[in-house]
Design a protein around this ligand. Structure first.
Ligand SMILES: [Zn+2]
Length: 108
């Protein structure tokens, strides 16, 4: 089993894709997304931002993955989503201590 796990780890590193499960603190709905979700989220938020020309420039950088776009379709604020594995706001990783909300009890 150790070898298999090692191979999977190597694969994950190679593809730079890891599965993240996010939980909406409002309704407990779960979302899964691959890749650096926090980074993609921030970039997409930037694209949607009030500065139209900045958004257009950012949009050409790369396409936002559908997994991340789905977060924005949710009826509640995706910025408050919590990473299920750590129980911490998923944006705290990228934002480095900016606006750390009180961590809700997500349960299991
Ligand atoms: Zn919700």
């Amino acid at each position: 089993m150790g070898r298999l796990k090692q191979r999977l780890d190597t694969l994950a590193k190679k593809s730079d894709y890891q599965l993240t499960t996010l939980v909406c603190p409002e309704c407990s709905e779960e979302f899964t997304a691959y890749g650096d979700v926090a980074l993609e989220f921030l970039v997409h938020q930037w694209v949607l931002g009030p500065e139209g020309e900045v958004g257009a420039a950012a949009a050409t950088w790369r396409e936002t993955p559908e997994d991340v776009l789905r977060l924005f379709d949710h009826e509640h604020d995706p910025g408050a989503f919590v990473e299920k594995s750590s129980g911490l706001p998923f944006l705290s990783k990228a934002a480095g201590g900016f606006d750390l909300r009180e961590v809700p009890d997500v349960g299991d």
